[in-house]
Structures are given as C-alpha cells and as structure tokens.
Design a protein around this ligand. Structure first.
Ligand SMILES: Cc1cc2nc3c(=O)[nH]c(=O)nc-3n(C[C@H](O)[C@H](O)[C@H](O)COP(=O)(O)OP(=O)(O)OC[C@H]3O[C@@H](n4cnc5c(N)ncnc54)[C@H](O)[C@@H]3O)c2cc1C
Length: 459
C-alpha cells in the first residue's frame, strides 16, 4: 500500500483515516474489552455509509481483510494488518412511534434507543447492558432481557443497509434480498458491514424487575432450585442467575463483599402482583443478602443486571445448555464455584417461550429449542489469556454432555473464536447454506476477522 493510495482513500472519506503511529490510532482501535486490540495497517473512522463502501472497495482492491468495530464489547479475532472500519461516529437513532419502529445507524448503542422509545411507551429488545452496540448485538441474534416474552431481537428486523465485500451498498429486506436477509441475521459479520438497521419496538413501558442475592456458601442448592422453578413460570417471566465472586473491595456493598453470591435477575412483563406471587418460591430457597425487586419504568431496566459500564480485560465462552440437573450443576460448580482455579462469573439465562418460536421472516439464528444459555467470563486481572482459555476449555469440555453448541454473542475471542466452534452455533443444514451464501457474497473471505463462516469450496 503506497502513501498516494492512502491519500486517495482519505480524500473520499468524511471521517479520519489513521495509520499506525498517528495520533488517534490507538484510541480508535481500543474497545470495551481491553484484553486484546486490533493492529490494522489502516483504520477508516467511518462517518457515513459511503465511507464504509469506499473503505471496503479499497480493501478489496488491495487484498486486505476487513475488521469492524463499534464499541468493542464483542471482540472475536484481532486484525494483524488489514483494514479496520470503526463505526462509532455513525450514531443516529430515529424512532417512529406510529409504525412502532426504530432506525439506527451502525454506531448506535441501546442507551440511545431506550429513552427515545420510552417517550412513546415503547422498548427495543435490548440485552442486559445498554452500552452494547445495537447492530452487532442484533446480527448475533440478540438475547434480550425480554427474550422469553418477546423473542430474539433479530426476529424484529425489518430492513438493513449493508456494504457487501464487493463494496456495494444494498438495501436488504425479506422481500428484496431474502437470502442475504436470512444470512445476516445470525451469520453476523460474515456477509458485510451493516450501516443501518430498522426494527420493530415492543409496547412495554413498565416491568416488575430487579434481583435477589443469596450467599452461595449458604444456598448450595440454588442453581438446581432455580432450574426447577423455571419449569413452572409463564412466558412473561424473563430471568437469569449469575454466580459472582465479589472481591474484598470497600466499593462492593457490605453484604456481598468477599463472598460468592447468586444473583437471580427478574424481568416480568405481567402485573407486579403476579410477579410477587411467581417469585415467592425462589424466596423459600434461603435467606437473601439483598433484594431490589420492584415495579419500574422500562427505562431503568439496566439496573436489573447492573453490568459494569467500564472497559476491562476479560476472556469468555458460552454455550446452549440443557436443564441443569445434579450432574450439570456439580460440573459447573467444580470448575467455577467457590474454590475455583480462577475467578469466574457464571451466568445461566432461561430461554424458551417466544425465543423458541419461528419468526415471520426466517433468519439464521440457531438453537431455538435450547432451554438455557450458559456464559462464563473470566476477568483478566493478574491472569494470562492463555490460562483463562485453558480454564474455559476444560470447563466447556466437561460440560459437553449437556451443551448443544455455541452462542456467538458471548463466545469470546482468540482461541474460543475458531471456525469449528462457530459452526456449532448453527444446524448442519444452516451452516452449509451459510457457507454457500458466503461463497456468493464474499468468495475471498474478506470478512474473516470474526466468528468465521468460510466460503464453500467448489466440489
Ligand atoms: C457487558 C455485556 C453485556 C452483554 N449482554 C448481552 C445480552 O444481554 N444479550 C446478547 O445477545 N448479547 C449481549 N452481549 C454481547 C453483545 O451483544 C456482543 O458482544 C455484540 O457483538 C457487541 O456489539 P458491539 O457493537 O457493542 O461490539 P463490537 O465489539 O464493536 O462488535 C462486535 C463484532 O460485531 C461485528 N460488527 C460490529 N459492527 C458491525 C456492523 N455494523 N456490521 C457488521 N458487523 C459488525 C464486528 O465483527 C465486531 O467484531 C453483551 C456483551 C457485554 C460485554
């Protein structure tokens, strides 16, 4: 790549074009997960869809792989060379209250959409953390806080604007481009860079939600009890449980400080009275350290999981899981319970309900029949990535009898992000269809710095 090539590219781009060593390069490539960063040959800080198209066309002409980054919450494979498109400057959000839809540009975060939709008594199908990027979350399926009651975020997508590997900007709808529509929703970043997305909102203004906190040392049976309880609740009951090793830190509330704590999270879309009644059996499991269940405006729903908004380094993996019986629970706790080799946050989300239904317009989001999603996250403070990946590898190997494949949105980076694991996110038929479509839309695998679906090779 010559200097005059870069100058010609920069002349076509409204946002900045940055090379290694230039001011702004390090800041631009740094995302929310501080464990790893892209090291591209060139960064295009896209300010509009045309910038994305020019960047991809440039990469194709120079045979460079393309990586994409919005917030950096979902880092998978690091670019060593290649071209990185950052989308944070494309942050427009528009809500149409009549049509009950939102249109977001590639860099929008849910913390922008939630208040805008709430003004009209509406909500997006966001996940636990409002600082996550809307587009990538949705392309990965989007396991929403309201998933059981309202389904996958991907199922609400009406249209996408996408730049494909040939540098073309296409408007994708279920009617106009059904194959690309199907592949993008679930196939994520393998088929192009989505520059904007229109999706349906749901009429949810209030929730009965919050958390119950238990001392894991005094309630060893909580996970099994939670599993049994989930079999008794209606679709309006959205919930998850996390096992969190809280540090001995004065900033941690006193009852949790220095303990392993079960945090049961509730987001119930029925009445507060029904919510109270349904949660009753969970309160019987043991004494709570703390409880903050309440009737709340949807706008405050980020408080339910209370995910920390500050960037940090971590490693993670995630898989779909069967009902947590005694053997499953024992295996989880042996690896990641009190006394674990490494500190780990374990999260089990209850699926089913609307997540199990087929969408009006088919897409590639898999594992609709799964009962639970298990995610494990290891903070990398004083722990090497290699040690964390070895720990996660051992745990998920031992859990294989009860897991049924990976969930892209929580799959982690580096060693946990290879093509074999990615394949397990889909049925064999869907994966084959995805590889055939990859061969059609990205035959040179320009978009390979991701959970990669390789192009099908000619037989
Ligand atoms: C604290 C936390 C809470 C979370 N909660 C949930 C949850 O409740 N439910 C859930 O389903 N997921 C959840 N996630 C996972 C999250 O949805 C994914 O990590 C998602 O990929 C993040 O998108 P991003 O744009 O914020 O991150 P980025 O790291 O910027 O993007 C992730 C990847 O998506 C691709 N990408 C980004 N933008 C585009 C684009 N415009 N077009 C095509 N590809 C693109 C890129 O390959 C990029 O590497 C959570 C993650 C964290 C860290």
């Amino acid at each position: 790549m010559e200097r005059h090539d870069i100058n010609a590219l920069a002349a076509r781009i409204e946002g900045p074009v940055l090379l290694p060593g230039q001011e702004g390069y390090d800041e631009e490539r740094t995302g929310f997960n501080l464990a790893v960063r892209h090291r591209p040959e060139v960064i295009v800080g896209a300010a509009r869809a045309e910038d994305v198209a020019a960047a991809v066309a440039f990469a194709a002409a120079h045979d460079l792989p393309v990586a994409v980054q919005n917030t950096g919450h979902g880092f998978s494979v690091a670019a060593e060379g290649g071209l990185l498109v950052t989308t944070g400057r494309m942050a427009a959000v528009r809500v149409d209250p009549e049509a009950r839809t939102a249109y977001v540009a590639a860099g929008a975060r849910f913390e922008q959409v939630i208040p805008e939709a709430a003004r009209h008594g509406l909500a997006p199908l966001n996940g636990s953390a409002p600082h996550v990027g809307v587009v990538s979350y949705t392309l990965g399926g989007g396991l929403a806080l309201l998933g059981r009651s309202h389904g996958w975020a991907a199922d609400r997508v009406r249209a996408m604007d996408v730049v494909t590997a040939d540098g073309r900007l296409r408007h994708v709808t279920p009617d106009a481009e059904p194959e690309l529509y199907w592949a993008l929703l679930g196939g994520r970043d393998n088929f192009g860079i989505v520059t904007g997305m229109e999706f349906g909102l749901v009429p949810v203004a209030r929730l009965y939600g919050g958390g119950l906190f238990f001392d894991a040392g005094r309630t060893p049976g909580l996970l099994e009890a939670y599993g049994r309880w989930t079999a008794t609740v209606p679709d309006e009951m959205n919930s998850s449980v996390a096992l969190i090793p809280f540090p001995e830190d004065p900033q941690v509330p006193e009852p949790m400080r220095g303990r392993h704590v079960w945090h049961v999270r509730i987001a119930f879309t029925g009445s507060p009275e029904d919510g109270e009644r349904l949660v009753g059996p969970l309160r019987q499991v043991g004494p709570r350290l703390l409880e903050n269940l309440r009737d709340m405006p949807y706008e405050q729903s980020a408080a339910i999981h209370d995910d920390p908004p500050v960037p940090m380094p971590w490693a993670a993996d995630a898989a779909f899981l069967a009902d947590p019986d005694g053997d499953t629970v024992r295996t989880i706790l042996e690896h990641a319970g009190p006394g674990a080799a490494l500190p780990a946050i374990v999260e089990l989300r209850h699926l089913g309900g609307a997540l199990a239904r087929r969408p009006a317009h088919p897409n590639a989001v898999g594992h609709r029949d799964a009962r639970f999603m298990l995610a494990v996250l290891t903070p990398l403070t004083g722990i090497s990535t290699a040690d964390a990946h070895a720990f996660l590898g051992r745990m998920f190997k031992d859990l294989e009898p009860w897991t049924s494949g990976r969930f892209l949105n929580f799959m982690g980076h580096g060693d946990t992000a290879d093509q074999e694991r990615t394949r397990t996110a889909y049925t064999a038929d869907d994966h084959q269809r995805l590889t055939a479509l990859k061969a059609r839309y990205d035959p040179r695998n320009v978009f390979r710095l991701n959970y990669n679906i390789p192009p099908q090779t000619a037989r």
